[in-house]
Write a protein of this length. Structure first.
Length: 151
């Protein structure tokens, strides 16, 4: 899929929110999503030992709060220069179920890629709140509390 200027702008929006709002261990990842008509919604994760909520789901809820239930493109950016991260498995499932045609921006800022939500490669992703991203592709399974805290 070909990237548009609006896709790059979405990355910039998520990056700006990550830099501006992710300044504690409670908020470490920002996401930005765009509708087909160009509205942009952003959000940050809420980390907590009980599970917390990923930035992507905060964005979905924020959009729904504004009456928007159709998102076209989403990107997630981690704090402290960790750049773009792919949605976690739980978010992938939620996003796929709610927005089957959603496009996800992944890759590095220098080599952005745009993929349908259903075609994301099973690559390493950052669990919200996790501080190190240098671990290999075998990401640890999320704690039980995370999967029980959906919604
Ligand atoms: Zn997630």
């Amino acid at each position: 899929m070909e990237l548009r200027d609006t896709d790059r702008a979405l990355v910039q929006a998520a990056t700006a929110v990550a830099k501006l709002r992710c300044r504690s261990q409670n908020h470490t990842v920002a996401a930005a999503a765009r509708t087909a008509d160009g509205r942009v919604f952003t959000g940050v994760n809420v980390h907590h030992v009980t599970g917390g909520t990923c930035a992507e789901l905060i964005v979905v809820g924020t959009a729904a709060t504004q009456g928007v239930t159709g998102l076209e493109t989403i990107v997630t950016v981690a704090d402290r220069g960790r750049e773009i991260v792919a949605p976690c498995d739980r978010c992938r499932q939620v996003l796929r179920d709610h927005f089957p045609a959603l496009r996800v921006i992944i890759g590095s800022v220098e080599a952005l890629r745009l993929l349908p939500i259903g075609e994301l490669p099973p690559e390493h992703h950052v669990e919200d709140g996790q501080q190190n991203t240098t671990s290999p592709a075998s990401a640890p399974a999320p704690p039980a509390a995370r999967s029980a805290a959906a919604g």
